[in-house]
Design a protein around this ligand. Structure first.
Ligand code: GLY
Length: 429
């Protein structure tokens, strides 16, 4: 009897010691989970670098974006909207691993983008220059990086129209419905480019950039959302009066539907704008947008959305010219998940109690799904991009069920953010 009591007491002590000494992270996500994902990212990126170098030498300015029909890496021009993400992926991986060879590649792929600082052909300068040079400046700054970021902000602001109160996204938008064409389209994605402007005000002390960012966010808040906080993709303005002339979609299913990645850009963009302004209107908007996403009846259980929240639903009709008319498969867009997850992790730091837990836990659920067998590619497959099953644009019959370089970027960013929460560090650095 005495012996069994003794053993029981000993077992209880061992259990207590194990519980109190085992590392319980602030997120419930173990350090090993994050480490293993960055180890996998290092393998994938090292594989990609060989192909990326080859492709760049054949075609100057070619940056990894997705895969072709053979499942091999496909590139786009650095003047398309995505070149910043590949160096960004290298920067985030270097940030976690401190691997000097990854850093050298990050520098190389960033500095090839130097001409972009004077590019004024679209609104994507934030994606193109801040994801590359912004991270470079943060992790391995050189004086010239700041000048490049300032020039890029000037280029972006050259597209601002004070009458509309917005930065023009594309030079033209052709409606899916017929022959209508608009010359001042603003897309919800544009919210992401404002981070560059807030940053440049901080390093120059000149409020010019910040004021444009705030005005753009206010105009977006006024026109781009429905009462339930779902988003329109494209708002077309009359550039001489500032009036809204059309509310349509380019990459979503229908004008009145909610394109998943657009909603993700909105959540992230308004959360970031709240961070930079502390204006409660922007927080309220970010919360409304986030709740629309996470409470949506059409969101699958794993938290990774279909490409549009209303794809193939009654009451939603694509324009006659849209390829969405021909697609009955409800594809997931895995790229919308990490953008949302990263935004929700930040949003969780601006609210408290149960609300904070709700956003953080939802983000973690999405990240765990993405890191699971359904979405995480095996090395040597998927063009060595990390995440599978994304959609670029179904209406354009382009990039359907493929990897996309920006899905990897926001996945890695989410892991960096989780790691900072685990370590008790500031989420935004
Ligand atoms: N910003 C373009 C896209 O999300 O496809």
């Amino acid at each position: 009897m005495f012996k069994s009591n003794y053993i029981f007491a000993l077992q209880a002590i061992i259990f207590f010691v194990a519980c109190t000494t085992s590392k319980k992270s602030a997120t419930g996500v173990s350090d090993d989970f994050i480490k293993n994902n960055f180890s996998n990212a290092t393998t994938m990126l090292n594989n990609m670098l060989k192909t990326a170098d080859e492709k760049f030498s054949v075609k100057n300015g070619a940056y990894p974006r997705t895969t072709n029909k053979e499942g091999k890496m496909a590139t786009t021009s650095m003047y398309d909207w995505t070149p910043g993400f590949f160096p960004g992926n290298l920067w985030y991986t270097y940030e976690f691993t401190k691997d000097p060879s990854i850093k050298a590649e990050a520098v190389k792929w960033t500095e090839k983008l130097e001409p972009l600082q004077y590019y004024t052909g679209n609104h994507d300068l934030g994606f193109m220059v801040y994801c590359s040079y912004g991270n470079a400046n943060r992790l391995a700054g050189k004086p010239e990086y700041k000048n490049i970021l300032i020039n890029a902000a000037k280029s972006l602001c050259s597209r601002y129209n004070a009458t509309v109160g917005s930065i023009k996204s594309w030079n033209r938008f052709n409606s899916w419905h017929g022959n209508a064409s608009y010359d001042f389209p603003v897309i919800i994605d544009n919210m992401m480019n404002l981070e560059l402007l807030f940053f440049v005000t901080k390093i120059t002390g000149d409020n010019y950039y910040r004021n444009i960012a705030i005005k753009h966010a206010e105009t977006t808040m006024q026109n781009q959302f429905r009462p339930d906080y779902s988003s329109y993709h494209v708002i077309c303005y009359d550039s001489t009066t500032g009036k809204v002339v059309a509310k349509e979609t380019a990459q979503g299913y229908a004008d009145n539907s909610t394109w998943s990645r657009g909603q993700a850009w909105a959540i992230y963009g308004f959360t970031m704008t709240y961070r930079e302004t502390k204006d409660p209107r922007f927080l309220k908007t970010a919360i409304g947008l986030a709740d629309y996403f996470i409470n949506n009846k059409n969101l699958p259980e794993d938290g990774v959305p279909y490409w549009d929240f209303n794809a193939n639903e009654p009451g939603y009709t694509p324009g006659v010219k849209s390829y969405a008319n021909k697609v009955t498969t409800k594809y997931r867009d895995a790229s919308a998940a990490p953008i949302t997850a990263s935004g929700l992790l930040e949003l969780s730091t601006y609210v408290s109690g149960k609300e904070s837990e709700k956003y953080k836990n939802f983000a973690i659920k999405m990240i765990r799904s993405l890191a699971g067998p359904a979405y995480l590619a095996k090395p040597g497959t998927n063009g060595d991009f990390i995440i599978e099953h994304c959609v670029g644009s179904i209406p354009h019959q382009s990039e359907i069920d493929v990897p996309l370089v920006y899905a990897d970027y926001y996945f890695l960013e989410s892991l960096i953010r989780l790691n900072r929460i685990n370590k008790g560090q500031a989420l935004i650095q």
